[in-house]
Design a binder for this molecule. Sequence first.
Ligand code: NAD
Ligand code: IPM
Ligand code: MN
Length: 376
Amino acid sequence: MSGKQYTIARIPGDGIGPEVIGETSKILEAAASKHGFSISWADYPFGADHYLKTNEILPASAVDEMAPMDALLLGAVGDPRVKPGILERGILLHLRFHFDQYVNLRPAKSYPRVPLPIQPKKGPALNTLVVRENTEDFYVGIGGKTEKGKAVVDLATTRGLYSMSGTLEGAFSKGVEGAFQLGVASEPGVRRVVAYAAHAAKARGEEKITLASKSNALPQIYGFWEDVAKDEAAKQGVGLSIVNVDAMCYHLVRTPDLYGVVVAPNMFGDIVSDLLAGLAGGLGVAAGADIGDQLSMFEPIHGSAPDIAGTGKANPIAAILTGALMLEHIGERAAAQGVENALTEFLAHAETRDLPVEFGGEATTTAVGEAILRRI
Ligand code: NAD
Ligand code: IPM
Ligand code: MN
């Protein structure tokens, strides 16, 4: 019983975001009252509707207002009515970079009754942790299109660890038009995420981590990653195995539980974490957290799923588990465990038709939320 009051910023966002965040919020409030603390929500409307109505994406004043809060809970952003990148970069990536949330933690954990497309080899369960670098790589947003065969790309960027400056000029011959996108890795950027992965491995009782890489094709950026990661892993006292990301995907579909902790550059981490989510039962069960030393953000790894928005088919479990990660992060470990237990009990005991549609049942988003809420 901490008796504390937490202020949590909340951005439900687009598509199924508000649906899954609605169920999650009720469950987190119930867990709080059971464990003697309270949550006060600071709600923000950012997303497609707000953008289309006001032309505002994410004002700096709102970001400053969130900074001292205890955490940020986000559903998903992205909408077919808005050009890809505007909301995703303008809200999601902006928040990750602004608050220097350098770790994107993505557990791929299986739960009872959740059908797995491929059986794990070592036992019935899957429990892999993806530690994705979250501020660099091809995500820095530096690039450009040519005009009359030539591009001048401004490298000016600010991160928590450094700022970058300079310009790159590139040209195609014969007036050919094209585009450039720059990937960035810095030594402290790689070290801190590898160190985080090493700590996470040790906390799981494991002695090594696996790096998803691709230095055979991209030696500058991923060769650098490998060198720094080897040094940092040795410093942290864990082993490092390096696996080319293409082979990693291949191995994963044959042996889903091959890896313990996977550390990955931003883009490979994005792809491998969706693959592992699928192997662990679906995007509807895959929680995520963007962790840094300032405000941390909690968002399921799935997107706004416009194909099922408004149908009641969205599985809220990923968002609910994301909420549990958030409770743990703010120091309410017993409440976090309570949420995970309620969810596990629901899954273990539900009639098949009362399971989420994603797991072969008929239960709507709200019905799943209510059933878990009753077990808190
Ligand atoms: P997506 O994750 O939204 O959907 C992929 C597939 O998984 C869809 O078939 C969807 O129905 C299904 N799915 C996702 N979440 C589910 C859930 N909770 N329950 C059941 N099924 C679920 O990926 P996408 O289709 O590539 O992207 C849709 C939009 O979301 C795009 O605008 C994209 O940019 C955005 N996006 C946002 C985030 C985020 O805000 N964190 C993450 C990924 C994608
Ligand atoms: C995710 C999403 C985002 C990413 C997109 C929406 C920018 O796919 O959170 O995994 O690539 O990081
Ligand atoms: Mn993704």
